[in-house]
Design a protein around this ligand. Sequence first.
Ligand SMILES: C[S@@+](CC[C@H](N)C(=O)[O-])C[C@H]1O[C@@H](n2cnc3c(N)ncnc32)[C@H](O)[C@@H]1O
Length: 194
Amino acid sequence: MTVDWEAVYQREQAAGARPGWERTEANPALLSWRGGGAMTPCRILVPCAGRSVEPALLAQDGFDVTVLDNAPSAIAAQQAVLPAGAWTVLADLFAWEPAQPFDAIYDQTALCALPPELLDAYVARLHRWLVPGGRLFALFMQTGRAGGPPFDCPLDRMRGLFPGHDWLWPDMLEVSVAHPTGMREQPAILTRQP
Ligand SMILES: C[S@@+](CC[C@H](N)C(=O)[O-])C[C@H]1O[C@@H](n2cnc3c(N)ncnc32)[C@H](O)[C@@H]1O
């Protein structure tokens, strides 16, 4: 199913509501990564950023943030809250290339929003957009059902999508976090192999 994300933002905004995927507070996994020192200020990309609150938090914390989304409402919302110096890109991620690779990428509900047949192409971009040794801070949505979005991102499928020769996985995964939809997200920090 193809989603007109811009239409969803406009419809929800007109109704004084929020899309169901939006968090009003920062993702607890991101706060844990920040608090525990796993995520330190660097040049970071947030693809499919939507109107999420995390980019502004990271920018305030000294990260050099770039947000990317193809919905004009989402980019306008980010521009309204991001401090000077942060970068906003209104583009289809499949038709965009950064001038230089990033140290880190934060993927929150991007993987699960994209049609499954595009995931190989998306992951190839994540790999290309990171410096060797760069890290992908991923939240794998666990829906336990067919169809979407959000599309299920079970770990066995994610291990196939992010194979060990391209991505170093942690020995142990963190505890999953609750999503406002009632689903759970599995946090994982993957390191881009050279
Ligand atoms: C489920 S929303 C998640 C937004 C945000 N990450 C959050 O947690 O609130 C998915 C977002 O991906 C964006 N998106 C979907 N396909 C895209 C594409 N091909 N290029 C850029 N952005 C895309 C949509 O506009 C939408 O803002």
